[in-house]
Design a protein around this ligand. Structure first.
Ligand code: ZN
Length: 228
């Protein structure tokens, strides 16, 4: 596949707890473009033992972080796949200004662009409440939530009766820190896209149906342009 007009990327950004997983699947289906997450790309390249995957593995073996440029290379490589002819929905990337700059450089090289960046905005206290209330079943890994999806019997799984526990990641102090780090690193990226006029801010603190409606409206026109 050579360079085509498909080097267009739609970004979906949102803090942990913003409900991005569901929304990414919905947007991907609405737009008819594949959903791409940097973590999945990294895993695939390592499993397949590609050049990029081996390069990433070397950093990981040394206990280093995989450089942003390498991750961006994987994203750009993904744009060459046949199913990406109409672009891709990039889920949760970039997470900081350095990654945003690296992505921008590589897209511009290809004559591509970020078409729209959608930011799912949820108040910090709501994010923490959502994340910190999660409990998992030791037996079947079913997931519950103290407020939004409580088990019928406190501490026990509805499905298998197994014991519910809270993962270390879901404890309140850990969650609070994770959200703070995300907002510190990523809000400058969101502001940058806002200044460039490509940001669509979605109120993520409403029902799933309402969020989907807002997402659909945010990408009106994008869909038409992609398939034109
Ligand atoms: Zn269970």
């Amino acid at each position: 596949m050579g360079l085509q007009r498909h080097d267009e990327v739609i970004l979906l950004l949102g803090a942990p707890g913003a409900g991005k997983g569901t929304q990414a699947r919905f947007l991907s289906a609405t737009l008819g473009v594949p959903m791409v997450a940097s973590g999945d790309l990294l895993r695939e390249h390592r499993q397949k033992g590609t050049d990029l995957g081996r390069a990433a593995q070397e950093f990981m073996d040394r206990g280093d972080l995989v450089p942003d440029e390498l991750v961006v290379d994987m994203i750009v490589h993904r744009l060459d796949a046949p199913d990406a002819w109409a672009g891709v929905l990039l889920d949760g990337f970039p997470r900081n200004v350095t990654q945003a700059d690296a992505l921008e450089v590589r897209l511009v090289e290809r004559g591509g662009a970020i078409r729209v960046a959608v930011y799912v905005d949820v108040p910090t206290d709501v994010l923490i409440e959502r994340l910190a209330g999660r409990w998992m079943c030791r037996g079947c890994q079913a997931s519950f939530h103290e407020i939004f999806n409580p088990p019928a019997l406190a501490g026990a799984c509805d499905t298998c009766g197994g014991e519910l526990y809270q993962r270390a990641d879901d404890k309140r102090e850990v969650v609070t820190n994770r959200v703070a780090v995300y907002l510190r690193d990523t809000l400058p990226v969101v502001e940058c896209y806002e200044q460039r006029g490509i940001l669509r801010r979605i109120d993520g603190n409403q029902s799933i149906a309402a969020v989907k409606q807002a997402l659909r409206q945010a990408v009106v026109g994008v869909e038409a342009a992609l398939t034109a």
